[in-house]
Design a protein around this ligand. Structure first.
Ligand SMILES: C[S@@+](CC[C@H](N)C(=O)[O-])C[C@H]1O[C@@H](n2cnc3c(N)ncnc32)[C@H](O)[C@@H]1O
Length: 174
């Protein structure tokens, strides 16, 4: 694990006031570089990384890291294991048919941590395809009966000053 990778974890994660994380089971769905899951690995969690392309994690060897190279959209992957994770991370990825599986993969009391683009992103940049853009308050609707710990919807600036339109949700499964 490199410090460069750790430093790129989302501020939603690095600034949230987490309880004791050691030993928790975390899923980083559509993980890309794994930047967010790697942060949880550094906190002593057991982290499962899923993506159709895990080449960015080729160098990662850690007894608490699991890598599942799955295509989540073409029907080739098994369903996500149910009631298995304490925390599920989904960043910059939206495939609506997965919402029920994502919810089912969390244990009761577990946390969904979701951040991705909203419909307003189409006015300022990519992605513009509505299939990849949340509608207004969509995350709140999908996880409606969950206990919200954090919700944001609006414009965010990254470290380079680039603006994006995003929604963020951290919510606890009943
Ligand atoms: C914009 S990147 C976000 C990566 C990471 N979550 C982050 O925020 O740094 C979207 C990720 O979704 C993955 N992805 C896209 N379609 C996928 C599919 N059908 N199955 C699995 N992963 C997919 C891509 O490989 C890519 O790593």
């Amino acid at each position: 694990m490199t410090h460069a990778t750790l430093s790129t974890a989302s501020s939603l994660i690095t600034q949230f006031s987490w309880p004791e994380l050691t030993g928790l089971k975390v899923l980083d769905l559509a993980c890309g570089s794994g930047r967010n899951g790697l942060w949880f690995l550094s906190q002593g969690c057991e982290v499962t990384f899923i993506d159709q392309d895990l080449s960015a994690l080729a160098e990662l060897t850690h007894d608490k890291a699991h890598q599942w190279q799955w295509n989540l959209e073409d029907g080739s992957a098994p369903p996500l294991p149910q009631e298995s994770f304490d925390i599920v991370l989904v960043f910059n990825y939206l495939h609506r048919p997965l919402f029920p599986q994502i919810a089912a993969s969390l244990k009761s009391g577990g946390l969904i941590v979701y951040e991705t683009f909203t419909w307003q992103q189409a006015q300022i940049g990519r992605p513009r395809n509505p299939d990849f853009l949340l509608t207004e308050n969509e995350l709140q609707s999908v996880f409606a009966n969950w206990q919200p710990l954090h919700y944001f919807e609006g414009r965010l600036s990254d470290a380079a000053g680039t603006e994006s339109a995003k929604a963020q949700l951290i919510a606890r499964k009943p």
